[in-house]
Design a binder for this molecule. Structure first.
Ligand code: ARG
Length: 453
């Protein structure tokens, strides 16, 4: 008899090249825990509806625990001839229990099984990511607190724009990662619909109880349409999209800090523990962790493209193409989790070079926009005020001086000079969400409260 679970209608054995080509055990073995939990819920339900005896279900649940422990202890021998993790576990069960083991797959198919496993896995992955993202947010909030009161130049087009508080800067990243956490939460809610029981594609004529399995596995509801179930990888796309956005946020931040750590900027004191040297240039301290964080975003975004291309032309219902989803999902998760794990300590251990930053705040006309606004506040039309200040800046460039160094007579109202200088410019801010010191202090307190710091 063939050792394949589907061997009944075959007379010849599978070509070994086909086994190597079609296997997924090399990567889907990491689903084993979720496969076992799903099978235990399924077996327990089968006993509830009379398709197994209570004793059989108990035997299956116990044997599955033992199989899980064997895999955990590296005792299971994996072989491509058993294709995937589902078959390995079922075969191990049959080896232990004989005919009782041969009853487990009643009323289900690997098609609904694999997507159930993957949803259970993704749920856990999202929970892990939430912990990592929360820790990174805490690192940014701690930096905001440590560097509170420090003024840094804010940029647009990477050109000096207006002064901002360092705390405002760190909290900007806290916001981005908050939206990512919310996206994951949203993805988790939408995916939390039980696939199992859709069987191969059409459901089953056996009296299964999907509601019972739903409750056992912690799903919020049961998938309504069996035909939709095994082809649905929307959740995987949403998950990897959100991972791509996290990777993109990390990449932008990493790029900024690569620039800030150059001799030209010299804004940051990066920790030795998160930098590497050069094998030929003895003086080098390179920001490799930041560079790899930037670079690895390509892998994650690539995984998203891979998934889109994978599913875009698939007719209903299950197609074997779908086996290819896992490498993309796993790699995107591993990559982002790896980036997050080093990002948080790197943020915590990096200090701003306050003196260097302060010594250059006079450059770049960071106070020009506040000067313009003080003219507007005195009734000068916005476009006229813009022109007046533009002319003053041109004058400064010729004289190689700051706005504050121009003679009083050059200003339409000499009092507006009180808004000049970075400190004055910064304290002039008022609007909600701005870098106004009082606003930033409030936001910082709210974040500490929100994140439980
Ligand atoms: N190894 C397969 C996968 O990952 C399991 C499902 C196989 N189903 C089937 N009808 N051949 O997608």
């Amino acid at each position: 008899m063939s050792q394949k679970t589907w061997g009944g209608r075959f007379t010849g054995s599978t070509d070994s090249r086909v086994e190597a080509f079609t296997e997924s055990i090399s990567f889907d073995r990491r689903l084993y825990r979720h496969d076992i939990i799903g099978s235990q819920a399924h077996a327990t339900m089968l006993a509830e509806v009379g398709l197994l005896t209570a004793a059989e279900a108990t035997q299956i649940v116990t044997a599955l625990d033992e199989i899980g422990a064997d895999i955990e202890a590296d005792k299971m021998e994996f072989t491509i001839s058993l294709e995937d993790i589902h078959t390995h576990i079922e075969k191990a069960l049959i080896a232990k229990l004989g005919d009782t083991g041969r009853k487990l797959h009643t009323g289900r198919s690997r098609n609904d099984q694999v997507v159930t496993d993957l949803k259970l896995w993704t749920r856990d992955a999202i929970d892990e990511l939430d912990t990592l993202l929360l820790d990174l947010q805490k690192a940014f909030v701690e930096s905001a607190e440590r560097e509170h009161g420090v003024v840094i130049p804010g940029y647009t087009h990477l050109q000096r724009a207006q002064p901002v508080l360092a705390a405002h800067y760190f909290l900007a990243y806290t916001e981005k990662f908050q939206r990512d956490r919310e996206r994951f939460r949203d993805c988790r809610t939408r995916l939390n619909v039980l696939p199992l029981g859709a069987a191969a594609l059409a459901g089953t004529s056996l009296p299964i109880d999907r509601e019972s399995v739903r409750a056992k596995l912690g799903f919020d509801s049961v998938a309504r349409n069996s035909l939709d179930v095994s082809s649905d990888r929307d959740f995987a796309l949403e998950f990897v999209f959100t991972l791509s956005l996290v990777a993109t946020h990390l990449s932008g931040w990493a790029e900024e800090w690569v620039i800030w750590s150059t001799t030209e900027f010299n804004f940051l004191d990066l920790p030795d523990a998160f930098c590497t040297g050069s094998s030929i240039m003895p003086h080098k301290k390179n920001p490799d962790v930041l560079e790899l964080t930037r670079g690895k975003s390509g892998r994650v975004i690539g995984a998203l493209q891979q998934l889109f291309v994978l599913v875009k032309g698939l007719p209903l219902a299950y197609n074997r193409d779908l086996q290819e989803d896992k490498t993309a999902i796993f790699d995107a998760f591993d990559t982002v989790a790896g980036c997050l794990a080093v990002a948080a300590p790197l943020v915590r251990q990096t200090k701003l070079r306050r003196e260097v930053i302060a010594s250059r705040l006079d450059a770049g006309f960071l106070d020009a926009t506040t000067l313009m606004e003080s003219l507007i506040a005195r009734g000068v039309p916005m476009r006229s005020a813009h022109e007046v200040v533009g002319n003053l800046v041109r004058e400064c460039e010729q004289r190689k001086c700051r706005l504050a160094d121009l003679p009083d007579a050059m200003f339409p109202a000499p009092e507006v000079k009180a808004s000049l200088g970075v400190t004055n410019a910064l304290s002039a801010f008022k609007s909600y969400g701005s870098t106004a010191p009082a606003e930033v202090t409030k936001q910082l307190a709210e974040w500490k409260n929100r994140l439980g710091i």
